[in-house]
Design a protein around this ligand. Sequence first.
Ligand code: SF4
Length: 187
Amino acid sequence: MSNARRLIAPFLRQLGGDPLGLGRAAQSVRSEHLQARTKTADKVVQSVCPYCAVGCGQKVYVKDEKVIQIEGDPDSPISRGRLCPKGAASENLVNSPMRETRVKYRAPGTADWTYISLEQATDMIADRVIRARQDTWEEETEDGQPLKRTLGIHFLGGATLDSEENYLIKKFFTAMGALSIENQARI
Ligand code: SF4
């Protein structure tokens, strides 16, 4: 509402197309100039909230290749545009200055964390998976029936994994002989 229009009596303002006084007739100068945080986005990407097993749909607003806002996705049949307070604050997960973007490692028996490279962490995980599989492999039962399994490796996926990722994870861990393969979104 311009300053000139504010001088007009409220009743007369309502006659200008807002008979119930619920729209522009009641709008302040400040609210007239407000605009949605999402308005300046270059693109919108559909995603899934990473926090819990409900798996609410999200729209991620991007500007200059940076996430500027995350809102509920009305097209999601699960959440129909809604997000709980945690999901509604997802933008913080991406942009918080406290977000850890490096791999932290605390060696057994120590109290302090150190930073290691992603390559080193990946190698360490691979070494442990191979060793755990070797150490816990069960070839057959006591009476000679084939088992070919390990009970020493378990996998728990997160709600943000999509169907294709879960498919590959299931294939990979089953091929290694693991039985305990689960996803947070199913628990
Ligand atoms: S928005 Fe809330 S309820 Fe929905 S998936 Fe995220 S944490 Fe769960």
